[in-house]
Design a protein around this ligand. Structure first.
Ligand code: ADP
Length: 389
């Protein structure tokens, strides 16, 4: 193996914050990296060995990029999977495997996958157009309320809407979609599973995910989750079953609903490092980013338990501010014990854009949660005085 201070290269498709954090792990081990992203100012640009500008959905760009490295991985799933399958045929290692990326790119095929593999998930019906869904609603075959999900391009809740009336239904985008049962959610949980090519599998403890009520965006992640042992065992069993059916290599972040009846349902997965695992950098023995690198290089996987409790809070752009970013009051939060800010390096902010995150570590989870709230109220992601628009 000549990845460590060697000639072999890892190629990462996507140069966002997840890529930047993956590069902290590769830099630690002096592994050569090449990144492709359409944005010349992508957060990863300053931390990789080589950077190329390219369109992640373009066959030629992805194929050419893949041919120039030894292993290809992703930090975003909107990539050209046809090119990735052809790279695999040419002997380039692609992790996660292209067929997994293809399945999860489309919410409808992802749901079909769960059904076929007997993974518990919310009841659903698929429609190849909005008109067909409206037709079934009119005929009483689908009734309000339900959750509408667009087949593709969903991200951070943008392709998801709770539909309670015909008026709500009018407002959703056209195109293929699914109608899902509105689940009575007690808690949203996440489990990160990691698997290597030789089949070694490890999972991180369940985390609790709290969402911003207006933006429907992940706001806090609490590790470990405050749930009874019987529930965490059930969640782990299901997450491992999902991992086994995908047969993935690398990180698989499994998002779960704990229902008010005590059932566990799989919402969706991401076959890459995930926002719900950022806390692992400071709170766990092995960060999810190092773990992903260990897995794709078929190295022994690291210990996944927590050293300390961790609460992660996302730092998003404040409403009413668009332009060159300023992190107001960061010096105040740095004075608080256990506060670890991560700034992604995006030059411009806009409302709810993910600009960074903060992990608060503490011996006591509830104390960490309180500090995280204080931090959230203190730091402001706004614009520089001369760039207020
Ligand atoms: P995205 O891929 O855009 O993140 P998700 O499918 O994860 O979209 O849905 C976003 C959020 O919407 C979930 O975290 C959850 O809070 C809510 N949600 C999704 N599906 C359901 C459902 N069937 N019942 C109730 N709430 C749901």
């Amino acid at each position: 193996m000549s990845f460590f201070s060697g000639k072999q290269k890892i190629g990462i498709l996507g140069g966002g914050q997840l890529g930047k954090m993956l590069l902290n792990a590769t830099t630690k081990w002096d592994i050569y990296t090449k990144v492709m992203d359409p944005n010349m100012e992508a957060p990863s640009k300053t931390s990789c060995n080589e950077f190329v500008k390219g369109d992640l959905m373009d066959y030629e760009d992805v194929f050419r990029f893949g041919k120039s490295v030894d292993i290809v991985t992703i930090e975003i799933e909107n990539v050209n999977t046809h090119a990735l399958s052809d790279l695999e045929k040419e002997g380039i290692k692609v992790y996660p495997q292209p067929n997994i990326i293809k399945t999860i790119q489309n919410k409808c095929s992802q749901k079909k996958f769960y059904k076929k593999n007997k993974i518990p998930t919310a009841q659903f019906k698929l429609f190849d157009s909005k008109e067909k869904l409206k037709d079934e609603v009119a005929r009483g075959l689908v009734s309000f309320p339900f959750v509408w999900k667009s087949e593709s391009m969903g991200y951070d809740g943008f392709g998801v809407k709770i539909v309670r009336s015909n008026q709500d239904l009018e407002e959703v985008s056209p195109g293929a979609c699914l109608a899902e049962e509105l689940v009575n959610i007690d808690k949203e949980l996440g489990i990160i599973v990691c698997r290597s090519p030789k089949g070694e599998t490890k999972f991180y403890p369940s985390v609790e995910m709290e969402f911003h009520p207006q933006a429907n965006q992940l706001e806090y992640v609490l590790s470990p989750a405050r749930i009874p042992k019987s529930i965490s065992k059930k969640a782990e069993k299901i997450a491992l079953a999902v991992s086994k059916s995908f047969n993935h290599v690398g990180i698989l972040a499994v998002e779960l609903f704990l229902t008010s009846d005590g059932d566990i349902l799989v919402n969706e997965v991401a076959p890459r490092p995930h926002n719900s695992g950022h806390y692992t950098i400071e709170a766990a023995y092995t960060s999810q980013f190092e773990q992903h690198i260990r897995a794709i290089l078929d190295l022994p996987l690291g210990e996944t338990s927590n050293k300390v409790a961790g609460v992660m809070v996302n730092l998003v752009g404040k409403e009413g501010y668009s332009g060159l970013v300023k992190f107001k009051n960061i010096e105040h939060i740095l004075a608080i014990e256990g506060v670890n800010p991560h700034i992604y390096g995006k030059k411009k902010t806009r409302p709810y854009r993910k600009m960074g995150h903060i992990t608060v570590i503490n011996k006591d989870l509830n104390t960490a949660r309180k500090i995280a709230e204080e931090v959230k109220q203190t730091i402001e992601v706004i614009t520089k005085r001369y760039d207020r628009s």
